[in-house]
Design a protein. Structure first.
Length: 138
């Protein structure tokens, strides 16, 4: 069950998966995010299929120094079966081949199950505060 780079043809299946996994939010357009990742020179969308069905997908990108994982999602019926581990390993592999030394991701504080998953694959909570500002609104 290797991860592969997805294409524009995978947009609908990927967004449906992200919605089922509870990753989407009304203020972020997952279709636009999918397209932006595919079009960017330093990002892509990785996917895992089982029996030709998309069961996991993640955006991976980098800024030349740090890599970021976004929208790491696994279809609910396939959670706990190693799909997330495959996605994270593939994203890390892509970042390593591009010379990136550190991978980061953001998890909502209340999402204990997902925080536990990331701890199990080697991610640790950093002593930082993420600050944000919406640029698409005034």
């Amino acid at each position: 069950m290797p991860a592969e780079e997805l294409t524009a043809d995978d947009e609908s299946a990927t967004v449906t998966l992200w919605e089922a996994a509870g990753l989407t939010r009304p203020w972020n357009d997952p279709r636009a995010d999918f397209r932006r990742a595919l079009e960017g020179p330093s990002s892509t969308v990785l996917g895992v299929r089982r029996d030709d069905a998309l069961v996991g997908a993640a955006v991976v990108g980098e800024d030349g120094h740090r890599g970021w994982l976004y929208y790491v999602g696994v279809a609910p019926a396939h959670q706990g079966r190693g799909v997330g581990r495959v996605l994270v390993a593939a994203a890390e592999g892509r970042l390593r081949t591009r010379g990136v030394a550190k991978a980061l991701l953001m998890v909502r504080r209340e999402n204990d199950a997902v925080r536990g998953f990331y701890a199990s694959v080697g991610f640790a909570e950093e002593d930082v505060v993420v600050l944000g500002r919406r640029l698409d609104r005034r």
